[in-house]
Design a protein around this ligand. Structure first.
Ligand code: URA
Length: 205
């Protein structure tokens, strides 16, 4: 972790991170992207298959859902910074599914190994509002007792992690956008995501 680096320096350093074993099978580190002065930072879980190939966060199916939800909530995606709790794609191969790389959620050790990068991003951007997308992001920011079902959609106290001190009540947790894609009642689940994002929008005003 380079001292006093700005986001481009952090990104370069993270490209060679060996802080946990996930760098081995993954194609590349997927660092955060977007407006370095964004008032709103969104934190996902980890890059997916497409993000791993392209090197950018949220450019696959979950990213499309997220962008639609942001627009519906009245947030300009250009004025956000999007990152992940874990910067490498974790996956497994399942024989029945051929060559497909099947996403595996990061464990607590991987979340904490990657947390210094997240803390450094947040300390530099110092957003007004932070959105945790899903359980892994919530655990990375608030600790292992975080439960998205219980804590979503309300303003929570900002976490202090690393050099990031937060600003009072600044955190809104919600579901991960991929939950919309897995749901039977996609519209209702999507509406819940939008409604939680609106809480974040109101906190910006
Ligand atoms: N899911 C995430 O949590 N992050 C991404 O970048 C893509 C999918």
């Amino acid at each position: 972790m380079p001292a006093r680096a700005k986001l481009p320096g952090l990104r370069r350093a993270a490209a060679t991170c060996r802080g946990c074993p996930l760098h081995g099978p993954a194609s590349q580190t997927v660092f955060g992207a977007g407006d370095a002065k964004a008032p709103l930072v969104l934190v996902g879980e980890q890059p997916g298959d497409q993000e791993d190939r392209k090197g950018h966060p949220f450019v696959g199916p979950a990213g499309h859902v997220l962008n639609r939800a942001l627009e519906e909530a009245g947030i300009d995606p250009e004025r956000t910074y999007v990152t992940n709790a874990v910067k490498h794609f974790k996956f497994e191969h399942v024989p029945e599914r051929g060559k497909r790389r099947i996403h595996k959620p990061p464990n607590l050790r991987e979340l904490s190994a990657c947390r210094p990068w997240l803390a450094a991003e947040l300390a530099l951007i110092d957003p007004e509002v932070l959105v945790a997308l899903g359980a892994s992001a919530g655990k990375a920011l608030l600790g292992s007792s975080f439960r998205v079902t219980k804590q979503r959609g309300v303003l929570l106290p900002c976490p202090a992690i690393g050099d990031y001190q937060g600003r009072g009540d600044c955190l809104v947790a919600t579901i991960h956008p991929s939950a919309v894609l897995r749901a039977d009642d996609r519209e209702a689940v999507f509406a819940g995501l939008v409604s939680d994002l609106r809480v974040a929008v109101r906190a910006l005003d």
